[in-house]
Every structure is written in structure tokens, then in C-alpha cells.
Design a protein around this ligand. Structure first.
Ligand SMILES: Nc1nc2c(c(=O)[nH]1)N[C@H]1C(S)=C(S)[C@@H](COP(=O)(O)OP(=O)(O)OC[C@H]3O[C@@H](n4cnc5c(=O)[nH]c(N)nc54)[C@H](O)[C@@H]3O)O[C@H]1N2
Ligand SMILES: Nc1nc2c(c(=O)[nH]1)N[C@H]1C(S)=C(S)[C@@H](COP(=O)(O)OP(=O)(O)OC[C@H]3O[C@@H](n4cnc5c(=O)[nH]c(N)nc54)[C@H](O)[C@@H]3O)O[C@H]1N2
Ligand code: SF4
Ligand SMILES: [Mo]
Length: 902
């Protein structure tokens, strides 16, 4: 393992989204690391978004899992590995190989993924390896394979720079793929490229679009069927291309015409004004250089594969694929969603983009010299957890995912885990909701900064993640733990890896094995890299065959595809509908998704105060009319329930939501809140081809909930507050803050706080007639925790406590003022952070706007806000617009805000 000394700058890759930005990390030798964008990386040319910029703040060890744990007690690697190997073997002997399963993650490195997949599919003899990519990219994989005969992203990021029309479907790229979004925004600014968004709500992405279509949930297939019919009616089909390079066009067109014969039908079914549909169709038809980018609004649907196919159909019909500035483009979610697909980490793929045909099974078995090759597909994520629930799967190894939070019907998934004879979890952190479900073996995994291997981004570009810090505690790479278990199961020879370079060479060799251009994924040109060349590997786009090891930008430029006929296949889609329609009991459609500054279950981003302050509390967004009808008030609380579970969230009233729809962020878990784990609400309908769950449109009910008291706790570490209250923790400088709402007697609150700090002195202030209760815990002169509760609707602010919270020692005067509530100890702006890079909060920005800063540039000049990563530019524009037109303050996605450029 190659650990770099302090102060050496290391080029690596961001561990968050699929943009795959290059990062330069420079350890300062004192435990800190400075982070900058890598100007030489083709994905980002030096840019980073708010999450990437804050990476240095999330490297602390306080939440890390630092040694193996077996049956709840600290253990050694030797014991933990043997226990894992014997446990797996015992289950295999008694119940057969299909009684064991691995659940992996797009956050693993390709090398980790390769070894785990090889162990399960080649040596244990089951294909029960699936991954959180099933919840993420599976519909795209299925759509690509149907249309192209292979899971190939045809284009590259340069196409986004060169396109004249960028269509974003079900993507909030301004928040979820920020650096790519900045590239697109630049193309718009510099070259006049148009941006069209297709979403079911207003977002930071839709609000700066030239045309924003807010469609009915699930109706993307109608829209793109309408487009295909329109292209045919207007003679815009490239007949020569269709004849030479495709098949099944007539059947696909006939079905598109049945679904959406004209603009009027498309408009009615999508719930969009006919004029907007007509402008979209015209723009798409008349603009040759069109790129259609899509993400989870497309994939996470019970008809996700059909949605993907309906988009691919339009590009194939016009031959707008694999040419500069043109093509369909799947924005991948995780840093290594693509690498997982490449090794075969999905249960319906074998390895190296090969499936389960007998020829492929035979080929992979020979290459691996596999004694027990899997002969058929394994169980996909949702079915895998159902098989655990009903006792068919007895042993499970989870690496790099938190399914008790992220799977649909998350309560059901979590309960299933307790039925296992053996649950092994490899993770970076000591505690997650999944770990809390009762793991037998916990294995400490190397984290970003320590990990050493490769990842593949959305444009097929393989980049190195290089270590710049020593392994924390006893943490080890995931590939190493897997290889050790394999050896203990009797497969030492096949898993005798000296390091990631050796694994990568084998993976590359398999991709080229008996390939002869019959398979898209071929990186044979990298199969002979020396260890040093692997270390130095520059970001490379696959395919990189022996004949062209430097990689290739675009696929299919020659019009040849990987189907048996060599032609691309048009797909016939099913009539679009919802998996479940709203009912009298559950009249809303619940949409779930992401926030700008948090990553998934917040195990890493949740450690950064800067990131936390953008959106510190979990919430539900509703339309003003619905809020009125249900007596929900801004800042109050609502219970959101579905047939599967319920949560209680703060209400955010906004015109960005359409009536009858609600949006909730996915990031909170039982670790960070007590009633905000929204995965528990999601139904488990899955796409029939891809097996991807439908997590964007769940029938739900909303009802107001009120509390007698509201307030906050500041504490040095998170602890469990009483469950009758509603609370959620977020990082602040020097600790954590929770805003709470409660009916719990105040004394119970204090008891919970005291439990974490038994030796602290207590100070209390109460005015029960006014419903006010305040308490502080002071340990060795320093504030350890402080609790303020007051009557509901009388907001409690912690701004005034900032100086006391930061002080190493409180003097007598400071203590006297502490609980007064009108502290003279200085002021502290606790309004939401808009610019995470420079920590600029909304109050400061509003003051600057009131002072005459009337453009993004003027705000930047005054406060620096928006001048680094650009993630906050949409919000700055919104604040400026809101100040100019107060009524717009809550209309996030309003068309009125769009610059008119038609
Ligand atoms: N900040 C941040 N960035 C991330 C992540 C993160 O956790 N935080 N996670 C990464 C991962 S793994 C992923 S997969 C990506 C996801 O990136 P995105 O897919 O962009 O993010 P989401 O918020 O899940 O959903 C995208 C949009 O789909 C819309 N939508 C819902 N239903 C429909 C529909 O029926 N049709 C259409 N057209 N739109 C619909 C939603 O309103 C939402 O705005 O983000 C990656 N980047
Ligand atoms: N309702 C709803 N549910 C969703 C989604 C949605 O939009 N709505 N989105 C889905 C999507 S697209 C995704 S990608 C999933 C994400 O869901 P998860 O994968 O469950 O989310 P994470 O929080 O990223 O979990 C990663 C875990 O792995 C650990 N980890 C990180 N790196 C490593 C590593 O290298 N090795 C090991 N061993 N552990 C590591 C982290 O500490 C963390 O505990 O959620 C899905 N669930
Ligand atoms: S866009 Fe942001 S989160 Fe995504 S890879 Fe780049 S820096 Fe990381
Ligand atoms: Mo994802």
C-alpha cells in the first residue's frame, strides 16, 4: 500500500457523484488536508462543487469504525474473517449457494467490486450479488442493452459543451451533478445553447431553464412518444440512418402514435400547456445538436426501462447519436456506478459486461478457472431482501450501503436483516441504521483518502482514487477483506492479490478475453500496466483495447451496435401509467430526492458544519393551496404517511410543488433524526425488466401535527433525545445542533441530555407559566450542552449563544447571561448558508441586495458568494428576484423567473 507522506500533493477523484471530478489533496502534516480541483482532469478542469470543496472537513475519525467487531465486541481481523468464512460455508453446506448473498455499492472501487463478484459468481456458485445501483441506474442498463445490445453510454462530456439544445429529464443536475451543470450553463452563456427541463416540480435546475415543462409524474414515456410521432409527422426521421443501422422502427412508431398521436394528447396526458409541448417538439426537431440527459426522474420508476427506451428511440430515429453534441446521456449517480456495471456487480450480469448465455458462462469460468460458476441470474435488490425476509437467504454481506435507510419499504428491509444466520457489514463508520439492525460481524473498511483503486464516471472515464492518508485504525481495503475470506473458504490461489494493480490487470484481461470486438467493454490495452503505470494512470475513457489503449470518446460512430444483427433496436413501450394511483386515503403523490449539500445517508457530508447549514432540517414541500386546505403552516409540522410507514417533517410551503404532490429529501436516518427516514414510506413496485424500484411517486397522506414547545439543543456529540419529540441533528462548529418540537415534559429532556454528560454541572432556568425552559450542562468550565425550549411559534435562536459555545471557559458573567435568552455575548447569523464555499448565509446576502447588489456578480464582488464552485448561483438569482418581487419569494420553479430568450 502506497501511503504518501505529509505535504505531498496527491491527485485523486472525488468520492461523491458520477461526474467524477479530479481532486488534488494536500495533507498538511498536522491531520488536516487541503482540497482543490485538479485542473488537469478532463471532467472538471479544476472546478469542484460545494460537496467536493468540503471534503477536507469530512475526514475526521470520530465516527469511523476503527477495528473489527464480532457479536458486538471488539475483535481481531483473524477472528472476524474466519467467522465470516465459516459462517458462509456453513450456510452453503446446509442450504446451498443461493442461500448466501452480497449487497454491494457504487461507492466501492472497481477492484473491490471485481473481487466480491468473482468470489460469489465464480467460486461460491450463486449470482446473488446485487448492489445499490439497482436503486439507481438499473433501468438505464436495461434500456441500453435492449437498444444497443450492450450497456454503453454512447457520448462524452464534450457533447454537452457542443450541444445547441440540452434536455434534462428527471434530473436536478444543478444540485446533483453541479460541475457538469456549470459546464452546461457555460455553454448556454457563451454559445447560446438552450436548456429545457422536464420535471414534476420546480428545482434549482428548472428555474434557470429556457423552457421548463412540469409534467404529471410518470408521464415521460408519453412525452417522448409524442415527440417520436411528431418527428415522423414532420419528416424529421433520418430514413437513411434508420434503414442502414436500426430495426423495429415501424412497430415502435406505431405504438408511440397509439400512446401520444399529437400535441394535444401529449399535452393533456402530461398536464402541460399545448403551446409548451409544441415549443419543445419544435426545438428538438429543429436542433440537430441535441443531447438528452436523464437521471432518477427517469430511472426510478416502475416503467423506468420504457422511459429510457422512449428517449433512445427519438435519438435513433434522427440518427442523433455518437456525433459531436448529440446523443442520449445517462447521468450516473455514484462515483463508481459505472465500474460496478463493468465488473458485473448486478445480479443479472455475469462479469465484464457479459451475461448468462452458455457461451459467456463457459468463457468466464475458463478465465477464472472457476470451480462453481453461477449458471443463472441471481436475485435483484428488492427480491433479495424479500428472500431474506422469508428465510430463503440465510447469510448476507453488505459492503458500502445502508439499505435500512435507502431500500423501499425500509422498515421491512431492516426487519428482514434480523432473520439472518449471518450478517456481515463492511463500512467506514461505526454506526448506521443498518449496523444497528444487528450485524454479527463488522469489518472496518478503508475510506476515501485511504482507498487505492479506480472508479469510472458517467462518460466511461476510468480515474484513479489514490490514497493520501494512512489507513485509519485497523481499517483495510474491501478487496483485501474479500480475498482473505475467499482464502479461508479454500480459494487462496484464485484470490492471491498483492494489490489493486494486480486486480485491475486481471479485470482488464477478462474484458479483452476472447472479445474480438464482440463486446463493448474492452480495456485490454490496460491489462499489462506495471504497478507504476497503474499508479500514474491518467483518466482514460473506455473502450481502451490493445489496438487503441488511449481510449475513445464516442461509441457507435460507425453505426454498428452489439445486438446480434449489429443494428440498434427500437423499443415498443407499454402505455405509461402510475404504479399506484392516489386514493381517498392517500390523495398525494410523494416524490423523494436529494439536497444540494448532503450525500445520501449523511455518513460523510453530515460531518461538515458548512454543508449542514444549507438545509439543516428534514422537511416536506407542499403547494400553498394544499397547505391551506390541510391547515399546514410554513415552519409547522406535518405527518406524511403511506401504506408502508410514516414520518413527521417540518412544512415548507412553495409554489415549486404542484398541487397534489409533495417532495421529501432522502438524507435523514434514525442516526440523525427520529421520524424522518423516508425510505420507510416508499412502496416496493419495481420495473419488470430492470427490477429498479419506483421511488418517485408514492400515494401518501399529509396531516398537520402540533407541539406545545419548540426549541433547540446544542451538544458536543449527538445523543438520543426522547422519542415523543421530533428532532434532527445537524453539524455545527464544535458539535451538533438539533431543532426540537415536543410535548415531552421538560425534565425528561434534561435527563436525556444529562445522561451523556454525567459529570457536568447543571444550570436551569424555567418560567413554566410562559412555557419557557432552559438548561445548560457545563463540564470543566466549558459548555457541554445547552437546551432552550419555548412555546410553539416563538422561535428560539441559538445565534446569541455562539460566543459562549465557542469559549473554552465560561467566566461568571458569561454564565449569568447564558440562560437569559438575550445574551450580550455577541451575535451569530444562523440563517441558512447559501454559499457553502465561503460560508455566506442568506441574511448577509439579503442585506447586500437591499444595499444595491442587484446581480450575481455584484453579490460576488461584495461577499465572494457564488465565485468559487457556482453551486449556489441558482439560489442567488432567486434571492435577487425575490427581493425585486416579494410575491416570488416562494416560487422556486416559477416560469416568471426565466430569462426569456425565445
Ligand atoms: N447533492 C447530492 N448530489 C448527488 C447525490 C446526493 O445524495 N446528493 N447522489 C448521487 C446519486 S447516487 C444519484 S443517483 C444522483 C441523482 O440525481 P438526480 O436524479 O438529479 O436527483 P433526484 O433528486 O433523485 O431526482 C431528480 C429529479 O427527478 C424528478 N422527478 C420525479 N419524478 C419524476 C417523473 O416522473 N418524471 C420526471 N421527468 N422527473 C421526475 C424529481 O422531482 C427530481 O427533481 O445524484 C448524485 N448526486
Ligand atoms: N426513497 C428513495 N430511496 C432511494 C433513492 C431515492 O431517490 N429515493 N435513491 C437511491 C439511490 S440512487 C442510491 S445510489 C441509494 C444510496 O443509498 P445507500 O447506498 O444506502 O447510501 P449511502 O449513505 O451512500 O451508504 C453508503 C454506506 O457505505 C459506507 N461506505 C462509503 N464508502 C465505502 C467503502 O469504500 N467501503 C465500505 N465498505 N463502505 C463504504 C458509508 O459509510 C455508508 O454507510 O439510495 C437509493 N434509495
Ligand atoms: S460535481 Fe461535486 S460531488 Fe460531483 S464529483 Fe464533482 S466535486 Fe464531487
Ligand atoms: Mo444513485
Amino acid at each position: 500500500m502506497n501511503v504518501h507522506a505529509a505535504a505531498a500533493r496527491v491527485r485523486t477523484t472525488c468520492p461523491y457523484c458520477g461526474v467524477g471530478c479530479g481532486v488534488e489533496a494536500t495533507p498538511d502534516g498536522r491531520g488536516g488536508t487541503s482540497i482543490a480541483g485538479d485542473a488537469s482532469h478532463p471532467a472538471n478542469a479544476g472546478r469542484l462543487c460545494s460537496k467536493g470543496s468540503a471534503l477536507g472537513e469530512t475526514l475526521g475519525l470520530e465516527t469511523r469504525l476503527l477495528h473489527p467487531i464480532v457479536d458486538g465486541a471488539r475483535s481481531t481481523w483473524d477472528v472476524a474473517l474466519s467467522r465470516t468464512a465459516q459462517g458462509l460455508q456453513r450456510v452453503i453446506e446446509r442450504y446451498g449457494p443461493d442461500a448466501v448473498a452480497f449487497y454491494l455499492s457504487g461507492q466501492l472501487l472497481t477492484e473491490d467490486y471485481y473481487v466480491a463478484n468473482k468470489l460469489m459468481k465464480g467460486f461460491i456458485g450463486s449470482a446473488n450479488v446485487d448492489t445499490n445501483s439497482r436503486l439507481c441506474m438499473a433501468s438505464t442498463v436495461a434500456g441500453h442493452r435492449l437498444a444497443f445490445g450492450s450497456d454503453t453510454v454512447p457520448g462524452c462530456y464534450e457533447d454537452l459543451d457542443e450541444a445547441d439544445l440540452l434536455v434534462l429529464v428527471g434530473s436536478n443536475a444543478a444540485w446533483c451533478h453541479p460541475v457538469l451543470y456549470q459546464r452546461m450553463a457555460l455553454a448556454r452563456e457563451r454559445r447560446g445553447a438552450r436548456i429545457v427541463t422536464i420535471d414534476v416540480r420546480g428545482t434549482a435546475t428548472t428555474e434557470s431553464a429556457d423552457l421548463a415543462l412540469t409534467i404529471q409524474p410518470g408521464m415521460d414515456g408519453v412525452l417522448f412518444s409524442g415527440l417520436l410521432a411528431h418527428l415522423a409527422d414532420r419528416g424529421a426521421v433520418d430514413r437513411a440512418y434508420v434503414a442502414a443501422h436500426t430495426e423495429n422502427f415501424d412497430a415502435a412508431l406505431a405504438q408511440a402514435r397509439r400512446i401520444a398521436p399529437d400535441v394535444a394528447t401529449t399535452a393533456a396526458r402530461c398536464g402541460v400547456a399545448p403551446a409548451d409541448i409544441a415549443s419543445f417538439f419544435d426545438l428538438w426537431r429543429k436542433t440537430a445538436r441535441v443531447a438528452t440527459l436523464y437521471s432518477q426522474g427517469v430511472n426510478q420508476s416502475w416503467q423506468g426501462t420504457d422511459k429510457v427506451v422512449s428517449i433512445l428511440n427519438c435519438h435513433l430515429a434522427t440518427g442523433r447519436i455518437a456525433r459531436p453534441g448529440m446523443g442520449p446521456f445517462s447521468l450516473t449517480g455514484q462515483p463508481n456506478a459505472m465500474g460496478g456495471r463493468e465488473v458485473g456487480g448486478l445480479a443479472n450480469q455475469l462479469a465484464a459486461h457479459m451475461g448468462f448465455s452458455s457461451a459467456e458462462i463457459d468463457r468466464v469460468a475458463r478465465f477464472w478457472r472457476a470451480p462453481h460458476i453461477a449458471k443463472r441470474e441471481g436475485l435483484k435488490a428488492v427480491a433479495m431482501f424479500d428472500a431474506i425476509a422469508c428465510g430463503e437467504i440465510k447469510a448476507l454481506w453488505i459492503m458500502g450501503s445502508n439499505p435500512a435507510v435507502s431500500l423501499p419499504r425500509a422498515d421491512h428491509a431492516r426487519a428482514a436483516l434480523s432473520r439472518l444466520d449471518l450478517l456481515v457489514i463492511s463500512d467506514n463508520v461505526r454506526s448506521t441504521d443498518t449496523i444497528a439492525a444487528g450485524a454479527h460481524v463488522l469489518l472496518p473498511a478503508a475510506a476515501w483518502g485511504e482507498k487505492d483503486g479506480t472508479v469510472t464516471n458517467s462518460e466511461r472515464r476510468i480515474s484513479r482514487q489514490r490514497p493520501f492518508a494512512p489507513l485509519a485504525g485497523e481499517a483495510k481495503p474491501d478487496w483485501w477483506a474479500t480475498a482473505q475470506v475467499a482464502a479461508r473458504m479454500g480459494f487462496a490461489d484464485a484470490f492471491d492479490y498483492a494489490g489493486p494493480a494486480m486486480i485491475f490487470r486481471e479485470h482488464a484481461a477478462l474484458s479483452a478475453f476472447e472479445n474480438d470486438r464482440a463486446r463493448d467493454f474492452d480495456i485490454g490495452g490496460l491489462a499489462e500496466l506495471s504497478d507504476a503505470a497503474y499508479d500514474a494512470l491518467a483518466p482514460t475513457q473506455w473502450p481502451a483495447p490493445v489496438s487503441a489503449p488511449g481510449g475513445r470518446k464516442r461509441m457507435f460512430a460507425d453505426g454498428r451496435f452489439f445486438t446480434p444483427s449489429g443494428r440498434a433496436r427500437f423499443g415498443v413501450i407499454a402505455p405509461p401509467s402510475l404504479a399506484a394511483a392516489p386514493s381517498a386515503e392517500f390523495p398525494f403523490l410523494l416524490n423523494t430526492g436529494r439536497l444540494r449539500d448532503q450525500w445520501h445517508t449523511m455518513t460523510r457530508t453530515g460531518l461538515s458544519p458548512r454543508l449542514a447549514s444549507h438545509s439543516p432540517d428534514p422537511f416536506v414541500e407542499v403547494n400553498p393551496d394544499d397547505a391551506r386546505g390541510l391547515s399546514l403552516i410554513e415552519g409547522g409540522f406535518a405527518r406524511v404517511s403511506t401504506a408502508h410507514g410514516s414520518v413527521v417533517l417540518r412544512v415548507a410551503v412553495t409554489n415549486a410543488q404542484h398541487r397534489g404532490r409533495a417532495f421529501v429529501p432522502i438524507h435523514w436516518s434514525d442516526e440523525t433524526g427520529n421520524v424522518a427516514r423516508v425510505g420507510a414510506l416508499v412502496h416496493a413496485f419495481t420495473d419488470p425488466v430492470s427490477g429498479q424500484p419506483d421511488s418517485k411517486a408514492v400515494p401518501a397522506a399529509l396531516a398537520p401535527v402540533s407541539y406545545k414547545a419548540q426549541g433547540f439543543v446544542l451538544a458536543r456529540a449527538r445523543f438520543r433525545l426522547p422519542d415523543e419529540a421530533v428532532w434532527a441533528w445537524s453539524a455545527i462548529e464544535g458539535g451538533y445542533a438539533a431543532r426540537i418540537a415536543t410535548n415531552t415534559p421538560f425534565a425528561a429532556m434534561l435527563a436525556a441530555a444529562s445522561a451523556i454528560s454525567p459529570r457536568a454541572e447543571h444550570a436551569k432556568y424555567s418560567d413554566l407559566a410562559r412555557g419557557v425552559f432552559r438548561a445548560a450542562l457545563i463540564a470543566e468550565g466549558r459548555l457541554d450542552a445547552i437546551l432552550f425550549l419555548g412555546p410553539d411559534r416563538e422561535p428560539q435562536q441559538w445565534g446569541a449563544l455562539a460566543t459562549a459555545w465557542r469559549a473554552e471557559r465560561l467566566d461568571g458573567a458569561a454564565r449569568r447571561f447564558l440562560l437569559s435568552g438575550k445574551s450580550a455575548l455577541g451575535d451569530f447569523d444562523a440563517s441558512p448558508t447559501i454559499c457553502a464555499c465561503f460560508g455566506v448565509r442568506s441574511r448577509a446576502i439579503e442585506t447586500a441586495i437591499a444595499d444595491g447588489a442587484d446581480s450575481v456578480a455584484a453579490i460576488g464582488a461584495r461577499l465572494k458568494a457564488g465565485t468559487n464552485c457556482g453551486s449556489c448561483l441558482p439560489e442567488l438569482r432567486r434571492l435577487i428576484a425575490a427581493a425585486a418581487t416579494p410575491a416570488l419569494a416562494q416560487t422556486v420553479g416559477s416560469n416568471a423567473m426565466k430569462r426569456s430568450r425565445a
